[in-house]
Design a protein around this ligand. Sequence first.
Ligand code: ADP
Length: 524
Amino acid sequence: DSSSPATAEDLLATMHKYWGYEQFRPLQREAMESVLEDRDSVVVMPTGGGKSLCYQVPALCKPGVAVVASPLISLMKDQVDALTACGIRAACINSTVTPAERRSIAADIRSGDTKLVYLAPERLLSERTLDFLSSVDVSFFAIDESHCISEWGHDFRPEYRMMRMLKDRFPGVGVHAYTATATERVRSDIAQQLGLVDPELLVGSFDRPNLNYRIERRKDRFAQIREVVSRHANESGIVYCIRRTDVETIAEQLNDIGIKAHPYHAGLSDEQRQQHQEDFIQERVDVVVATVAFGMGIDKSNVRYVVHAGMPKSLESYQQESGRAGRDGLEAECVLLYSSGDLVTWKRMLGDLPDSAQQAAFHSLEALDHFCIGTECRHRMLVSYFGQDLADAECEACDVCLGTVDLVEDGLILGQKILSCIVRTGERFGADHNAKVLCGSRDKRVLELGHDELSTYGLLQDQSIRAVRTWIEQLAGQRFLVKSGEFNVLKLTESGRELLRGEVTPKLTRPDADADDKPTRRKR
Ligand code: ADP
């Protein structure tokens, strides 16, 4: 009986009928049910987790049209094409749609034929659209990439803020927010900014056990890329860069050594981008070298590796970009080439943001930096950033757990030197000050405090301040230290005291031979 409300069984049957899938992915059932129940929800799933189906399937099971807000035209078009290919009536309204087409789309919505309509937020919130939607049967609203509403997210878009209007204009119609950004702060910001009423919160697991993470210092960029690419002959991979010029250069270098690669960035024409994307999906080329513009809507399951030749701007971005590898669940490799210079580049590029957004962006960069220099399991560090924990002690799929990170041999002694300095300065100072004391700096404050008199002064005078700061970060990451208060004062933990007694050894990395700042005194 088509007039009775849909049930959970209908969801499975509908998904099977149109998409051919036999089972739900984790949390899909719960997410779809909350749509059927007309309550609000916030659904957090990692990239590739299957968020789209969470609103597409119930859209088919409910009377009326589901309205999807999505930030990118290309993304909308891809989705509508995919739905149409499955035999589903869907449309998108954007600037490329002619008035005549718009009228026909409106007629199909009015008659109830169209089950999903995709719109950019600014178009959705125009008076004209809102008036139109008020006159038809809207089944629910789905807000894709909903982290864009939060300044704490990595991709803030002011026009998302206005979406709050939906709850006022359409009381009783469910609003569902979807994102791959799971930090607690962003999550509650989404619910609050949208004015959601008692939303159901569904957060999926962020671990991608089939991805093997590796972080290398960037030394000879192309040699490092080549090493990965040539290990995957005839397999698909993505190389990410920050700048367009790097994209062009690397794509050329790859083609020069006989590897079929396409560039992809915002400077290419729409047709070129479309063509390059199509060639990649159809496997006419193996590699796409891209700026982050690539991949927002890409649905290719057998990407075997993702190399970051330039650093991403946050762990959210890293999760998303590296997450494009291995969507088929088979093993895939994610290599990030670390360079502190890139962090400076990002800071410059993010310098134009409004103050509060800039602060959030810098905070994200710092978290990324800590992830890169950290010496704990990469899987664990990543999921813990997203507020989750891992059951297994060792993942066996990252450079740290596999023991390929370049560690110093005398980690214990080095750790003891650093911790005793922190104790000598009274556990009242941050990383910077302690690093200066250890390196024997003539800094005014060090001298004023008489810290040049301490036995730990200059203990690491052959090391750069940067190297010592990295070790302090690594000790904090391994919980030998905690940072407290607004000045990040360093204090020893119980395991820090065990380290001082020589009962545990920390993992500290060998300092970068060609780091940006060399020690002040050089040995000859
Ligand atoms: P997200 O938006 O979370 O990144 P998508 O919605 O694009 O993820 O889904 C990723 C891929 O997984 C798509 O190819 C989709 O068709 C597929 N998929 C989604 N749900 C299922 C399922 N239950 N069974 C099999 N494949 C699925």
